[in-house]
Design a protein around this ligand. Structure first.
Ligand SMILES: NC(=O)c1ccc[n+]([C@@H]2O[C@H](COP(=O)([O-])OP(=O)(O)OC[C@H]3O[C@@H](n4cnc5c(N)ncnc54)[C@H](OP(=O)(O)O)[C@@H]3O)[C@@H](O)[C@H]2O)c1
Length: 268
């Protein structure tokens, strides 16, 4: 897909991977609808996009609020006359043993990472379909492919959005709407500020710029998936398919240290 001049809805655009995507997309003079709860970082990104010749419209909204996905889709359609690309990037996380995570924190992770993305896609579909050459990008996580201890709800939500994308891609096959799933590995963004997990726990960080570059390359060449995390992660994904008990044993060795390192990890 050629992104030049396209109307693109990007959620979670004020920080991390979303911000990097917006700034890289700006080179192609898109018409960007930037979504997040806090207006100030979105305004800053919008200014940078306009400085590079793109158009940007800010919508400050909590995507988990009742009716918000429909309102966001309608505002983007009205502002730019249609929607060509929807990037479901906004996400949150709360790590910890399942029984130590509050009920509200379980609900919040599913509400944003899964339900809001499904509802926004549903709301945007008539506009996406109308263009005849459209794309939905769902930002999942490597954790969807290899479930990690202490990330049970996050893993469930991210595996859910990946399965949603696969099913939707097949549902829309031949109908002018493609679906791409992005599986970032550990990425240095504000989401990870409260995590103490490092390479010794199997978390090798890369920059949000690298993830954004890979995602945009996949959009351009029509790929189905972008899996980050390097060779070690690719190997673990393969082992997890062929011999999941081997991954259980590997992670068991790191379990106690990992539990301590991610005890305070929350972006809620
Ligand atoms: N960083 C990693 O290691 C990593 C790894 C795998 C996958 N991912 C995924 O990558 C995506 C981007 O995350 P990131 O790492 O760039 O994190 P981030 O910097 O924390 O960005 C998350 C964005 O989502 C927005 N957001 C949060 N709650 C929202 C809500 N209720 N309604 C609307 N927007 C909301 C935030 O803006 P406001 O606070 O202003 O709303 C923020 O801009 C997420 O889906 C995440 O799960 C990240």
């Amino acid at each position: 897909m050629d992104l030049h001049g396209r109307s693109i809805v990007l959620t979670g655009a004020g920080s991390g991977i979303g911000r990097a995507l917006a700034l890289q997309l700006a080179d192609q003079q898109p018409r960007l609808t930037l979504v997040g709860r806090h207006r100030e970082p979105l305004d800053e990104v919008a200014e940078a996009v306009r400085a590079q010749g793109g158009q940007a419209h800010v919508v400050a909204a909590d995507l988990t609020a009742a009716g918000a996905p429909a309102t966001v889709a309608e505002e983007a359609r009205r502002q730019f006359g249609g929607i060509d690309v929807l990037i479901n990037n906004a996400g949150n996380v709360r790590a910890g043993r399942l029984e130590d995570v509050e009920e509200s924190e379980v609900i919040s992770q599913i509400a944003l990472n899964l339900t809001a993305a499904i509802l926004l896609t549903r709301a945007a579909l008539p506009a996406l379909r109308a263009g005849g050459d459209a794309l939905v990008v769902n930002v999942s996580s490597g954790i969807a492919l290899v479930g990690m201890p202490f990330y049970t709800t996050y893993a469930a939500a991210k595996a859910g959005i990946a399965a949603f994308g696969e099913a939707l891609r097949r549902e829309l096959y031949g109908e002018g709407v493609h679906v791409l799933t992005v599986y970032p590995g550990a990425t240095s963004t504000p989401m990870m500020d409260t995590s103490k997990a490092g390479p010794e726990h199997g978390f090798d960080y890369e920059s949000p710029d690298n993830v954004a570059t890979a995602a945009l390359a996949a959009i351009t060449d029509g790929s189905l998936a972008v899996i980050r995390g390097g060779d070690a992660r690719r190997q673990m994904i393969a082992t997890n398919r062929e011999d999941p008990a081997a991954v259980d044993r590997l992670l068991a060795e790191r379990k106690d240290a990992l539990e301590k390192a991610v005890a305070e990890h929350s972006s809620l």
